[in-house]
Design a protein around this ligand. Sequence first.
Ligand code: TAP
Length: 475
Amino acid sequence: MRNQLKHYINGEWIESTGSRVIEVINPATEEVMGKISSGTEEDLDKAVKAARSVFPAFSRSTKEERIEWLEKIVQGYEARKEELIEVMTDELGAPLSVSEEVHYPMGVGHFKQAIESLSDYSFSEDRGGHTLLKESIGVSGLITPWNFPTNQLSTKIASAIAAGSPVILKPASKTPFAAIIVAEIIHEAGLPKGAFNLVNGSGSVIGNGISSHPDIDFVSFTGSGGVGETIMQKAAETKKKVALELGGKSPVVVLDDANVEEAAKTAISHITKNTGQVCSAGTRVLIPESMKEEFEQKVVELLPNYPVGDPRKEGVATGPLVSKDQWETVQSYIEKGEKEAKLLVGGAGKPEGLPTGYYAKPTFFTDVSNDSVIAQEEIFGPVSVIITYSDVEDAIEKANDTKYGLAGYVVGQDPVQLSYVASSIRAGRIVVNNAETDFNGPFGGYKESGIGREWGDFGIEEYLEVKSVHGMPKS
Ligand code: TAP
């Protein structure tokens, strides 16, 4: 049993002022794997005070100091690799291979990228008529989701440290233990007291508290659209800036010269990796009418190569969903899909032989209309829809016919068509033929997928204010 009933405030682990606890459930076993404290507004206030008091010094720390802290965090993160992998598998249900090959490197990748981006970054610039200064935005509240237990908090924390902005982190209460390990790593890295604080607790108390706190200058949130809206409303009371990363319903555009097997593998991996609980997952597959049958056959043939099961078992590709609630949400979408479209493979209920754990069947619907519920709403589970298109213009129109704009994927061969489609999809990140992730590439959404950008130099700039100084004496 992993219990941590304290919060990390002003450089030490301190008791909560409240006595309520939150139980954390292992989604593969449905058993309690540990408990955290359900923090109070008083706990949050203490963290905000600590962050405020270190702000003047932390915001004036040098680039070299910040790089040294980030380097120590990278060393600490790497030293605790095995433990982080195990914890993420237990609290999220990600197969061990996914924790090792996806979650672990993404978490540390942002700290490494921040070092690189910061090394080349200039916080002042002579622009002829004035001097531009880029200064820390102030105390930043970070609210993170459960689907990537270290990725989102790492990009936020790394950028904040690079910018000299003290933070208060509230991780998702479904997956708090990887965040607690990161807090221990940051403690060992020797940041000034108060520069990093972690307060565990519910979204309704600590999350709302962060959004409306008068002494917090900026909120960076990743999660659902509904909560994003609440955060914007609360933040409006004190006119604080918000950055929101809110999910999507991203298209996978398969061009008519694509290798059908590669296209099917791409579509399958989007809903099996992390059990489809990925904000940028490509969950709307757009294929030429002429390719439909062959593509469907390939999906049905290849899907068993991505087995669902115990995330600790070797060879398992797809773990359980994170929680009972998430399982029920996904089931209700599958049931809707069965009424709206044709079930190709998968369907409602648990996969055979897995009665315990929040397991769902990877599911593809076909003959789907782009205006149906399953084609328009984010399901956040292992469910994809196949939609046909007549020509490239029709594909682009359908790809963009969504309220979201987080990501888009293009599979094919002709470089002219690939570039044309990539530049025509209205989304913040496009991946052509499964290209590798560049940690310096900005991540964030158009339309209702959010506001602002994370990762690399664009991520650092979210934590900076811009000042123009006119008549600055030349030194
Ligand atoms: P959310 O409720 O959005 O949770 C995300 C984070 O916000 C958690 O830390 C949560 O705290 C906190 N939170 C909850 N209510 C809040 C409030 N009023 N003010 C401030 N913070 C608050 O996500 P969920 O309920 O876990 O998942 C629901 C759906 O959201 C999913 O089905 C999926 O569609 C979407 N989702 C999207 C993403 C991404 S990356 N875009 C990630 C996760 C979920 P607690 O965990 O303590 O409640």
